[in-house]
Design a protein around this ligand. Structure first.
Ligand code: UD1
Ligand code: MG
Length: 457
């Protein structure tokens, strides 16, 4: 065996041409999401972290949505249409330009198998640098039905047999092919081109590369993996199962990173959620994509956050919604039933109850009273509201944007503010109160008399 130089680059081919009929969806299967990122996105991220510098995705032709997702998750990756779906080896060969002449190690991944970690891809590749021509990922299970079986004699691998082609004795084999494979750049193209389709399905099977390599006297390695990690997603039951696995991993990483999740099983994280040290997350919190929580923050129960940044020591909730680039600077606080959209609150600013702040800038230490609404939308355009540092907004005020409240200004409760309020000013914009001493009894008597008359008539 000759060891490959460690300087070999890695090419990853991701097969993503599945129709995913059992998802019963208008969306291609690989665009369904797990922990806020598409399955294809997970696979692309994993092969990149495993060191792949060249990436090709084999996809159904003409799917602009799939192409856009590939560009988002792995800019510069090649997209190779597979016009007819003639099997996994045929699919890999759709990316032939990536395989020809580079000498790269090659890993083949499946776009609908999102749980495989970068470490596993690296383990799968490792035997190539010890001279293996092919490495297959495999697991042992008591329920092998449906999988390709890895046929061995002693330690030696002979072939992989698909369920449809297997004899009764072969079907009793419990060592199963996970489907993913690594191929040495010296042999990949030659092996793939010799794979035929003389089998029960009439398909070009990628796992046939094993028997061909063995026939050439090349070495084939089997790399173990847990069955759960190699699970593919074909329907929404399996999608939910994959979600549960990823949530488990993310919660564990958050806990080990120094965040307290009081009831971890009720907290839903995204693939990119960042929780600092000594963050406390109470039960029933959903972190959508793009959330960064700095050290020492408290997220109380029933918060829903997407595209949000909480700076150190911020307290939010219970029952808050934050989205669209909302930012709370150091020590800011929002309480129950507060929604922030594309709004920034400066250091120490507070909105304790029942408030909507959209497209707004709130200065340091400003206090926004209960029931305040920034009226940011006129039905056509969105407008901004600015509240200066130290301003006080009385309860139940409507701030009709575009509008600005100066630093240190006070807005009287119940105001509808349509004009800018200068720094330090007091603005009250509501109907005047009329108070008539002793008139309550007279009014009640009048109404009572009216009621009696109506009964009589
Ligand atoms: C494959 C393996 C089987 C293994 C199993 C593990 C083959 C022939 N069999 O079977 O040994 O036990 O995975 O789950 O490889 N794809 C294309 N174009 C095609 C065919 C498939 O892009 O023409 C993609 C699919 O979208 C999918 C992946 O390749 O992501 C695997 O194809 P699938 O049909 O699921 O193969 P299995 O029958 O599961
Ligand atoms: Mg499959």
């Amino acid at each position: 065996m000759t060891a490959s130089p460690p300087s070999r680059s890695l090419t990853a081919i991701v097969l993503a041409a599945g129709k995913g009929t059992r998802m019963r969806s208008d969306l291609p299967k690989v665009l369904h999401k797990v922990a806020g990122r598409t399955m294809l996105g997970h696979v692309l991220a994993a092969v990149r972290s495993a060191g792949a510098t060249r990436i090709g995705v084999v996809a159904e032709p003409g799917r602009a949505d799939v192409a856009a997702e590939i560009e988002r998750q792995a800019p510069g990756a090649g997209v190779f249409p597979q016009v007819e779906r003639l099997g996994t080896a045929h699919a890999v060969l759709a990316a032939r330009p990536l395989l020809a002449g580079t000498g790269d190690d090659v890993i083949v991944a499946f776009g609908d198998t999102p749980l495989v970690t970068p470490e596993t891809f690296a383990r799968l590749r490792a035997p190539l640098s010890e001279g293996a021509a092919v490495a297959v990922l495999a697991f042992t299970t008591d329920t092998p039905t449906g999988y390709g079986r890895v046929l061995t004699v002693g330690e030696r691998v002979l072939a992989i047999r698909e369920e449809k082609d297997a004899s009764e004795a072969e079907r009793r084999v419990c060592l199963c092919n996970a489907g993913l494979m690594a191929l040495s750049g010296d042999h990949a193209l030659a092996l793939l081109e010799r794979i035929g389709n003389a089998n029960a399905a009439g398909e070009y099977y990628l796992p046939d590369a094993v028997a061909l390599a063995v026939a050439d006297g090349l070495s084939v390695a089997v790399v173990p993996v847990e069955e759960a990690e190699a699970q593919g997603v074909n329907d929404r039951v399996q999608l939910a199962a994959a979600e549960a696995v990823v949530q488990g991993r993310l919660r564990r990483a958050a806990l080990l990173g120094g965040a307290t999740l009081v009831a971890p099983e009720t907290v839903f994280l995204s693939h990119d959620t960042v929780l600092g040290r000594d963050v406390t997350v109470e039960p029933h919190v959903v972190f959508g994509p793009g959330v960064v929580v700095a050290d020492g923050c408290t997220v109380r129960a029933y918060a829903h956050l997407t595209e949000v940044r909480l700076e150190a020591g911020v307290k939010i909730g219970p029952f808050v919604r934050m989205r669209g680039g909302a930012v709370l600077e150091t020590g800011a606080e929002i309480g129950n039933f507060v929604e922030l959209k594309n709004a920034r609150m400066g250091p120490g600013a507070k909105a304790a109850h029942l408030t909507y702040l959209g497209d707004a800038e709130i200065g340091a230490k400003a206090n926004v009273g209960a029931g305040t609404i920034t009226c940011n939308y006129d039905g056509v355009f969105k407008h901004r509201t600015t509240i200066g540092a130290g301003a006080f907004i009385g309860s139940n005020s409507a701030l009709v944007a575009p509008v600005s409240i100066g630093a240190g200004a006070t807005v009287g409760a119940g105001s509808v503010i349509t004009k800018d309020v200068p720094e330090g000013a007091l603005a009250v914009a509501r109907g005047h109160q009329l108070t008539k001493p002793g008139q309550a009894a007279a009014m009640r008597a009048r109404l009572q008399a009216l009621k009696e008359r109506r009964k009589g008539g």
